[in-house]
Design a binder for this molecule. Sequence first.
Ligand code: BEZ
Ligand code: MG
Length: 571
Amino acid sequence: MNPQLIQAKAHDSDATSERDRRVLELHDQLVEIEERLIPTGLHVFGQPSQVVERADMLRMIASFDRPEAGARALPNLVAEHLGVTANDERVAEIVSRSVKEFVASGSEAAVILLATEAQVALDLSRPVFELLNQVSKQLESNGENQALLRALRGEYIEAGPGADIVQNPGILPTGRNTHAVNPYNIPAPLAYARAETVANNLLARYLKENGRYPRAMALVLWGLDNIKTQGEGVAQALWLLGVKPVRDSLNRVTEVEAIPLELLGRPRIDVVMTISGIFRDLFSPTVQLLDKAVRLVAQLDEWSEWNYVRRNVDEQMNEGDCEFDDAVARVFSNAPGNYGTNVNFMVLDSQWEREETLGDLFVTRKCFAYGRDSSGRSLEGREAKLAMDRALARVEATYQNIDTFEIGITDVDHYFEYLGGISKAVEQRASARPAIYLSDSLTRESKIRTLEETVRLETRAKTLNPKWYEGMLHHGFRGVAEIENHVSNTFGWSATADAVDDWVYTEVAETFALDQAMLERLRNLNPHSAHSLVRRLLEANGRGYWNPDPEVLAKLQEISNGLEDQLEGVV
Ligand code: BEZ
Ligand code: MG
């Protein structure tokens, strides 16, 4: 064969494998979006959920082992009987069909479908559908209005656990008095076990992209999340440090113990924890536990190449003017009695000039240290700005755990105020943008995604997904406000982390503003939110986060002016 032909062939096969790789990647992304559970509207107080939503939710509930109900995860049952892995497409298809059959014709029909299609033994699948039957009945009824009336009359309200429905279907029926958690049981054994996988995946992802471990990470810990997961976020921090919780004679988690490096098999990662005001208030013993864990690790007699906490604390002390107690401070929150970072308010009010101001605001709000000093004196929110600046200067990756499908990073402004705020603060202090990760501990694989990937996924699955926005528009005025919130919260990820691709804004503009029929709908339902949405797009351009064609810009400006005139007429 002549050399040119060989080269052409080689080129051809390179191109083919590159093409195959990209097709496969595209396929994986489509499946990911397709499988995502998408809330299709808002909860209306006192109303049971819709039948369609119910099928999706039941499928998610059935995809986890439920030892308390004697039920195994449906995908595992089907996969075992087909002799394939649980991620196989055929498994997903059969599981999905069996849940649809359950919704249409009841448990026995679904049990028989699985026996015929995948040879799953009846006595294995029956407990799963019995559980779904119970959940389904509870979803159909709703005692919220009656409970509210009872509460207003000062009568007793039955108590029930607070959790995510997929994590714990025992939260049903709704309309009960939510009780939280015993902080001395945090992290619960199951949460600690689950957190190991997440922490390993997180470090594996960083290692793959950077060729080494991060010398320090900044974690965001929220109160409600740690209630829902019984402390998975807390447990992830402990795993990164390489310690395990120890229970006292009253079975309370009050101590920690270092996992020997030979068993850990990797360096101990330094972690800077920013806790919400709610976490601080609810989890006082846990705050002490986290501080104790850092202090323990910082004083272990270990090779500093394998103990980043110790290395960083030593370095900080050698920089001078820094005592051990300042160098080791890693648990930060608001001053006592204060809540939130205010970064969300600053971003949404558009009155800021430089992005650095957002990072500085975060630190100003959150630079209060909690724990206990070396003499055992309790630190209840001691001002420690310099210590926080120094700790953040060593951070190379930031991270927050997401534990529910109901609230994602663009549904509320709190994710960007916390994870975005701390990432911007790190970027200035470390003079490099950190890698920013989120976990999805609710999927079966406990997937780790970068912030950019998560923004893309949320945009595709929610903001730009007709299934999602039509569900919202169904709620009229409030629905338009929700759509506008999503756009503004997406903008928050530009402001704090430059994590939004141009196409996101382009498609938001095409879907909600440049489409004449859609614009009319938004305008009629809620002209205020329609106006804010268009203004936010113009602001994204003005601040350099989006670079559309001049005609698009001119058109948006014209729409904005039109809405302004309309609103002035209204007022
Ligand atoms: C929390 O649960 O700690 C939390 C909830 C909403 C916003 C911020 C924090
Ligand atoms: Mg950009």
